[in-house]
Write a protein that binds this ligand. Structure first.
Ligand code: GDP
Length: 332
């Protein structure tokens, strides 16, 4: 998510005060009657300093997208990574500062106009003091927004319109190999708060249709009872994204997981996901005991056969995706 650069209170005030100084110099060198000069100069300093601060904060507020308008997937993501409430609170604090500054800008301008020339600089100093204190009051919120900027920098970019397949299966069964085979460009790796290796997203334009494939290493590759609450929530979030789940079996069992455990995980995922699941038997080129594999294949509904590293069976998976997409279009 794009969050603009968040300045520190010192940076905000430096910019505001230095612009105020420039504005004051301009007034000082202009053709104003001498007796009015000091008041006009101080008025310009107050106005400029306050307005530059307001603009700085307003520009941040305008550039950050409204959380409530984001897709639920992103809302959940932001919530887990930085906390949506804290995020909204920080933006609220910026808004509070803008409103307050704009209010006392008017008050101090009025005060200057009514003060004597000798007092003008005292009034301006008082205004600057208040401005600084308001900006420092929101220091924690500015720090938090800067932290959120860093944390959300590599948030996954998801196309919510594309027909999306989420790839599941135990580690080393060939999920990322398949992902690479399915997609035209190298899949993009983005941060994902539930896994250490991130999320991989690949795209394929096929007959004017956009397909999206998502691999979440470390999430859909473990028995559900081993998951903590956050991971279970992540699974639910993935369910929002997935139109279909590709569950990958390693038919050769060379990844170290017996087909029996792979079937158990499949059943668990099937239980959690309400989306259709397509079973895919990978590493068929390494299978030694085909009867053993067949005994599992026969238990499942029209599984596909694959040798991802050899690129054999990939066309059939794309055809399945196309078929599924057509059905989806018919339904909507
Ligand atoms: P992931 O952890 O499920 O993403 O698995 P990877 O895609 O990283 O694959 C694990 C290993 O299996 C890699 O060394 C792949 O080259 C290998 N592999 C994947 N698919 C096949 C296949 O169909 N045949 C063979 N022989 N090796 C495969």
């Amino acid at each position: 998510m794009f969050i603009p650069t968040i300045p520190t209170p010192e940076e905000v005030l430096d910019k505001s005060f230095s612009r105020a100084k420039k504005a004051a110099n301009k007034v000082r060198s202009s053709k104003i009657p001498r007796h009015q000069k000091s008041k006009k100069t101080e008025e310009a300093r107050i106005k400029t300093a306050c307005q530059v601060t307001e603009e700085t904060f307003n520009s941040i507020l305008e550039k950050i997208p409204k959380i409530s308008t984001l897709n639920m997937f992103y809302q959940d993501y932001i919530d887990v990574v930085v906390g949506v409430d804290q995020f909204k609170k920080s933006l609220g604090a910026l808004k509070w500062a803008v409103d307050l500054i704009s209010k006392f800008e008017n008050q101090y301008v009025f005060k200057i106009r009514r003060s004597s020339s000798e007092d003008a600089s005292k009034v301006r100093k008082e205004a600057f003091g208040r401005l600084a204190s308001v900006v420092y009051r929101i220091e924690d919120e500015l720090n938090f927004l800067d932290f959120a900027k860093q944390k959300l920098r590599n948030m996954p970019t998801i196309d919510f319109k594309a027909t999306t397949a989420v790839i599941a299966g135990f580690p080393n069964v060939g999920k990322s190999t398949l992902l690479r085979q399915l997609t035209t460009a190298e899949p993009k790796v983005a941060d994902y708060p539930f896994t250490t290796t991130g999320i991989q997203i690949g795209h394929l334009e096929h007959k004017w249709t956009h397909f999206q494939f998502i691999d979440t290493p470390g999430l859909l590759d473990r028995p559900v009872q081993d998951m903590n609450e956050i991971e279970l929530n992540a699974m639910v979030a993935l369910e929002h994204l997935a139109d279909i789940v590709f569950y990958i079996f390693d038919a050769s069992e060379t990844s170290g997981y017996p087909l029996e455990s792979q079937l158990n995980l499949y059943n668990e995922i099937k239980h959690v996901f309400k989306t259709p699941i397509q079973c895919i038997f990978n590493k068929m080129d390494l299978v030694e005991n085909i009867e053993h594999v067949n005994s599992y294949i026969n238990q499942l509904e029209s599984p596909l056969m694959l040798s991802a590293s050899e690129g054999i069976g990939v066309t059939e998976i794309i055809a399945k995706m196309e078929e599924f997409d057509n059905e989806k279009k018919k339904r909507s």
